[in-house]
Design a protein. Sequence first.
Length: 493
Amino acid sequence: MRELRNFIGGRFVDAGSRQSIESIEPATASPWAHVPDSDRTDVDAAVTSAKAAFPAWSALPAIERSQFLMKLADLIDANLDPLAEAESTDTGKPISLARFLDIPRSATNFRHFATAILHSASESHDFDGGGVPGGIPAIQYTLRRPRGVAGCISPWNLPLYLLTWKLAPALATGNTVVAKPSEVTPITAHMLAELASKAGLPPGVLNIVHGTGAKAGAAIVEHPDVPAITFTGSTAVGRWIGETCGRMLKRVSLELGGKNPFIVFDDADLEGPAGAIETAVRAGFSNQGQICLCGSRLLVHERIYDRVVPAIVERVRHLKPGDPRETATNFGAITSMAQLEKIETMVSTARQLGGRILCGGDRVPAESLPHRCRDGWFYQPTVIESLEPACKVEQEEIFGPVVTVQRFADEAEAIRLANGTGYGLAATIFTRDVGRAHRLSADIQSGIAWVNCWMVRDLRTPFGGVKQSGVGREGGLEALRFFTESKNVCIRT
Ligand code: NAD
């Protein structure tokens, strides 16, 4: 068993209560780590140390903060293998995914913001007095200052990737941080703290408090000395955090759930590795469908439905659930028992509502799994058709390897179906008609629209959702702005 500790004021410490939670390896359903079950007292200690570190860290020249973060990125690269192994064990994701996506992207997150702060500029306005009698000409410029202690709360599906997506801009812009990773997948956050310590990050600049959302997470959100909260997770928790931050007048950024449409028109390029068919499979089932951006609602033009849907189902049948540790595995375990049960409930509801299961629809039989994984949490990749668009299964986020399919007759119907849920994170559109690509990108209610591709991520672009998928944007300038407060200075000329 690994023994995790909180990282507060540059030291590794137990939770004050000495209580711990077990972290379970999804592929085997066996406990593999003890995680501190922290509470308000631990969060208080972390906030106190972050507050104490803030004046010196925020006063450092940007180039020096940048150098710390670049060093941390180098250490992540140097520890690619142990970090990828830990991420795969903790989440159940294939080791190849952790090695090629999660861990490299975590290093890139730090490099992106460590260099962004060396190139940022602020606005200036040369005011001519406004043309009114007695109008005063002035030069105005905008100062941007870090907010103080940033609270960063992250989920279990891409643990290090999403945690560092928050830490990097927060630290780069001069804030200090109290972070809480998901209690379900806490290991790589603990390893990151070890690397931060090796990188020589001054004590108190980064504090990591482990524990449940209800205790440790809520204590960060409600702490009066944490003026900014950035949260990625479920819509239900995001709503509570939004309400609390609203009441306390905190800055808040919420990246929440998705139920993303993946739309295939009859003129789309279908075949090949970048075609609609292969891309739909990747979009639906990468990380066992546990990515907020997954295209979980497939909308297919009626003229090609009978060709495209069987081709997708055929490829989905070739995804073979296996031991996440094996490099050949492309489909791993479901990260938690609660998540597995949620998937089962939703598929059973789909059956009751008359949905036709085209493939999957059940847990993976133990005998088809490697011996080590027979007690693990595995669900078959599943495709369902013939559901009413308004039903629960089409409306609620499942966050697992389940894709539903609808057919549409024309552009207007595709847009109506795409916009027909409470969510609005990402949409994918496959078409060769340029005008249609522009029209749909503009008309679909989402924070991101991908045309003829999926999950192409340029870290400079705004990232986030509309409607129930969130409030605020991460990425590039948006993140630099979120973690800084602007002040206008007006000097009479
Ligand atoms: P969750 O909301 O249960 O938990 C997320 C984090 O919040 C965890 O660290 C948890 O401990 C903490 N938390 C829970 N209750 C809290 C509270 N009352 N106060 C403070 N913190 C609390 O979500 P999850 O199950 O870990 O993650 C899956 C969800 O995340 C899905 O809905 C998925 O769509 C969403 N997600 C969104 C994005 C995005 O960028 N929009 C990215 C990844 C995941």
